[in-house]
Design a protein around this ligand. Structure first.
Ligand SMILES: [Mn+2]
Length: 335
């Protein structure tokens, strides 16, 4: 009954779409391409069933198609849609880690927040209200797309201040630009001001690029954040770093915020504020897989802007990284 194709509308050619949604399991399962051709179907994350709310779900993919507040190239409003399109290549099991998220979690795509593209504060309100409902229903949100402050805010509310694993080229701790306190460079300063972060459990990985300030990380360090610049990651495995991060995070709630521009633009060109000499996809996997065992209460993958992504690889990376986040959620079993 969670299938997006109600039986009354299932005609013979559509029939194969319906059965694989549950696939003999009590949980939703992405349909196999052995039985449903990849380009067939309404575009949802991993071709999962869509439902209107997070009710009954353990985890939900949710889109925030918003780029109001971007400082450079616009286009991330189309990111969630393109990540969903590329996610048809993502399959049910994680062959590398053995994670089988659809064996133990009920997961669906709950669509997009109906943002107000003409009013950023109003969008923040709409996002916050949507996430409060998601979190109140006991569901972990996995967000596609940018959001200036709200998932962290809403996710934090029932849990108290959260730890943060933040992958990005940028610290996103600016104060204001052009007089505005809300744009895509300020979310984590606003979160600090609102007491949403446990500042002793914030780590920022992949930070780099030129700066308007000779001491660009001072604000972060003054808050107690651990800043890991990209230079400290070059040519290295990040497995040892993540061991330290797990110790730092302990068993208290953690939010993962992954800006695709943390990766090098050679791998992820489809983004609005690229910076050279970034992380590799292998390091991205090491970071996310290194969060396994943490008490993760929410995740996002932000800043995919498809028009600078001629190969689709940026959105493909985004789709896979969101799957990897799903695979490390509490309660996911391995096979
Ligand atoms: Mn960034």
């Amino acid at each position: 009954n969670l299938c997006p194709f109600p039986s009354s509308r299932v005609s013979a050619p559509l029939a194969p779409l319906r059965a694989p949604c549950r696939w003999g399991s009590q949980f939703n399962v992405p349909p196999s391409a052995q039985f449903v051709a990849r380009p067939v179907g309404v575009c949802s994350m991993m071709k999962l069933p869509m439902q209107a709310s997070a009710e009954g779900l353990d985890a939900a993919f949710v889109g925030v198609p918003l780029d109001t507040g971007t400082s450079n190239r616009p286009g991330a409003r189309f990111g969630p849609r393109q990540i969903r399109a590329e996610s048809v290549m993502v399959r049910r099991y994680n062959a590398s880690t053995g994670a089988a998220p659809f064996d133990s979690l009920q997961v669906a795509d709950i669509g997009d927040v109906n943002v107000n593209l003409y009013n950023l504060p109003d969008s923040c309100r709409l996002i916050r209200e949507s996430y409060q409902k998601i979190v109140a229903s006991g569901c972990v949100p996995l967000t596609l797309g940018k959001d200036p402050t709200s998932p962290c805010r809403a996710t934090a509310s029932p849990h108290g201040p959260v730890g943060l694993v933040h992958v990005d080229a940028h610290t996103d701790t600016g104060d204001r630009a052009l007089g505005e306190k809300i744009y895509h460079g300020t979310p984590f300063r606003r979160c600090v001001e609102e007491g949403l972060l446990d500042c002793s459990r914030v780590v920022q990985i992949g930070i780099r690029g030129s700066s308007y300030d000779p001491d660009p990380y001072k604000y972060c360090q003054d808050q107690g954040f651990r800043v890991v610049p990209a230079e400290e990651c070059w040519r290295k495995s990040l497995v040892p770093l993540m061991g330290e991060v797990r110790t730092q995070m302990g068993d208290k709630p953690v939010y993962i915020s992954f800006d695709i521009d943390g990766l090098d633009p050679a791998y992820a060109p489809g983004t609005g504020t690229p910076e050279i000499a970034g992380l590799t996809p292998v390091q991205a996997l090491e970071i996310i897989r290194g969060c396994k065992g943490l008490n993760i209460v929410g995740c996002d993958l932000v800043e995919v802007a498809p028009m600078y992504d001629v190969s689709g690889n940026t959105a493909l990376l985004g789709a896979n990284l969101l799957f990897e986040m799903l695979c490390i959620l509490p309660g996911v079993k391995t096979r």
